[in-house]
Design a protein around this ligand. Structure first.
Ligand code: CP
Length: 331
């Protein structure tokens, strides 16, 4: 068995080989998503619960669609309409979901470490869909998948992550994955949001926009995470835009083949102008599309890389099991 983890909690603890296994598996699932019939059976009979205690558009819908494409039953759980509002604990919520035979819990939570906490006693597979300012592993994976598809390789690339690094779980997951795969990572933005401590992780830190973007192969923009900031980290949004917003004028500093990325949601006119977000170098909607294949790969691998009836898979896959059903060990 080349995949023996029960949970996906973070990218910090994954090896480069494990990251590559997920990315290669996602590539196989992307071909499924391009077919007329997009559903395959590996999770038939399994139940996936989307337990979202924080708002989400992309991640929740993407996990729901990924589970459906793998033939699982899907339950969407939102905190607002649940007994969490009546004082039930997260642990008791998990136990009740498991009593209803939940096999996978996809958890988004405002508290850093919430998925790790549940994983200590969960029978179900726990997948971190974003925990506080800690990590957002499937976002990191889909970002790296998108870069790899476009650039061919990660090693040696110069990737700049620009914006609110301090409060960003997306930044942390990207940094771990990119460094393990050999990229040079620059983190940039206002000094209050980009502390020098990231140098200890192996990143270059700069508070100068031109320096951050002029030699980058990839620029990943982040929004300001107001919901996590306990104090005001800069005078006002207008000043942030004036100093760090990416607009068509500043795109003249950027290499013509550099990718412009953003995990969403975008705050148009603040960290990114519409001409850039919708421009020819933007791969923002490709990231969303790739997220589906990446999440299918994660669910498939956590299930042991197998399904109840691999013979029901498309004959093309059955005749090439290493592409999907086998997902045999990467060399
Ligand atoms: N990128 C991301 O996590 O988006 P959502 O908050 O909409 O899921």
């Amino acid at each position: 068995m080349i995949w023996n983890r029960r949970h996906l909690l973070d990218l910090q603890s994954l090896t480069a080989t494990e990251l590559i296994t997920i990315l290669d598996t996602a590539r196989s699932f992307k071909t499924i998503n391009e077919r007329a019939v997009k559903r395959v059976p590996p999770l038939r009979g399994k139940t996936v619960v989307n337990l979202f205690v924080e708002p989400s558009t992309r991640t929740r819908i993407s996990f729901e669609l990924a589970a459906l494409r793998l033939s699982a039953d899907v339950i969407n759980f939102t905190a607002e309409s649940s007994s969490l509002k009546k004082g039930e604990t997260l642990k008791d919520t998990l136990r009740n979901l498991e009593a209803l035979n939940a096999d996978f819990i996809i958890l988004r939570h405002h508290a850093s470490g919430a998925p790790h906490f549940l994983a200590r006693f969960a029978q179900a597979h726990i997948v971190n869909a974003g925990d506080g300012a800690h990590e957002h592993p499937t976002q990191g994976l889909l970002d790296v998948f998108t870069i790899r598809e476009r650039k061919g390789n990660i090693a040696g690339l110069r990737v700049t992550i620009l914006g609110d690094i301090l409060y960003s779980r997306v930044a942390r997951s990207n940094i771990w994955a990119l460094l393990k795969l050999g990229a040079h990572v620059t983190v940039a933005g206002p000094s209050t949001l980009v502390p020098r401590v990231f140098e200890q992780w192996g990143c270059r830190v700069t508070w100068n926009l031109k320096e951050a973007i002029e030699d980058a192969d990839v620029i990943n923009l982040l929004r300001i995470q107001h919901e996590r900031q306990r104090v005001t980290m800069f005078p006002n949004l207008g000043e942030y835009t004036a100093l760090f917003g990416l607009n068509p004028q500043r795109m003249q500093w950027v290499k013509p083949d550099a990718l412009i990325m953003h995990p969403g949601p975008i705050n148009r006119g603040i960290e990114i102008e519409s001409e850039v977000a919708d421009g020819p170098q933007s791969v923002i909607l490709e990231q969303v599309n790739n997220g589906l294949a990446v999440r299918m790969a994660v669910l498939f691998l956590l299930n042991g890389g197998r399904g109840p009836a691999s013979s029901e898979l498309d004959p093309k896959m059955v005749s090439k099991p290493a592409e999907l059903t086998g997902v045999s060990a990467p060399s």
